[in-house]
Design a binder for this molecule. Structure first.
Ligand code: HEC
Ligand code: HEC
Ligand code: HEC
Length: 104
């Protein structure tokens, strides 16, 4: 089973270079200012495994369904961890995720 999800994710990535960690840097466009999600900091720095996020919380950008900050505060998407308990909360630290120029 472990191999299955890894293989699926590799296929979804469309054959990106092996040096890229997971799905690499993913840009999530939204009204609060673009958010660049870094696989490198989540996997290598925070020490998370692919299965902490895939496939339950996230799949890929193609099948991405946008959630609101309100939904995140209720524990969806990034809010599954960014809740002030596991790590910094989505109710503040706006500019840590949203590009400084555009974030409110
Ligand atoms: C902290 C959560 C998290 C972890 C851990 C994580 N990912 Fe992801 N991954 C994401 C997010 C967020 C996206 C973007 C999904 C979206 O747009 O809905 C994504 C997307 C992807 C994509 C698709 C990229 C694209 O552009 O569509 C691949 C492939 C991927 N991840 C592989 C992995 C692999 C392999 C690992 C383990 C080494 C991993 N991910 C670990 C959150 C995570
Ligand atoms: C952990 C990272 C993170 C933090 C912290 C964060 N956001 Fe977001 N925000 C996102 C992501 C990712 C999206 C896009 C969601 C999607 O595409 O599913 C988003 C979407 C939004 C949106 C558009 C959707 C909506 O709810 O209207 C606004 C506006 C927004 N954020 C404002 C804020 C503000 C203001 C703060 C601080 C109080 C904040 N964000 C904190 C990651 C974050
Ligand atoms: C499975 C748990 C988990 C999920 C889901 C998650 N994160 Fe994180 N994130 C973490 C942890 C743990 C850290 C490390 C915090 C620290 O070092 O204090 C972190 C750190 C970060 C950082 C700071 C490091 C950096 O990359 O600059 C940002 C920004 C961030 N996350 C954005 C996001 C966004 C955007 C999403 C949703 C698309 C998301 N995270 C989803 C657990 C998660």
């Amino acid at each position: 089973m472990r191999m299955t999800i890894a293989a699926v994710l590799i296929l979804l990535s469309g054959g990106v270079a092996l040096a890229v960690v997971g799905g690499g840097d993913v840009t999530l466009k939204n009204d609060g200012g673009d958010v660049v999600f870094s696989h490198e900091s989540h996997v290598q720095m925070a020490g998370l495994g692919c299965r902490d996020c895939h496939p339950k919380i996230f799949l890929n950008t193609k099948n991405h369904t946008a959630v609101t900050m309100q939904e995140m505060e209720a524990g969806k998407s990034c809010g599954a961890c960014h809740n002030g308990t596991k790590t910094f909360a989505v109710t503040e630290n706006c500019e840590t995720c949203h590009s400084k120029e555009q974030a409110k």
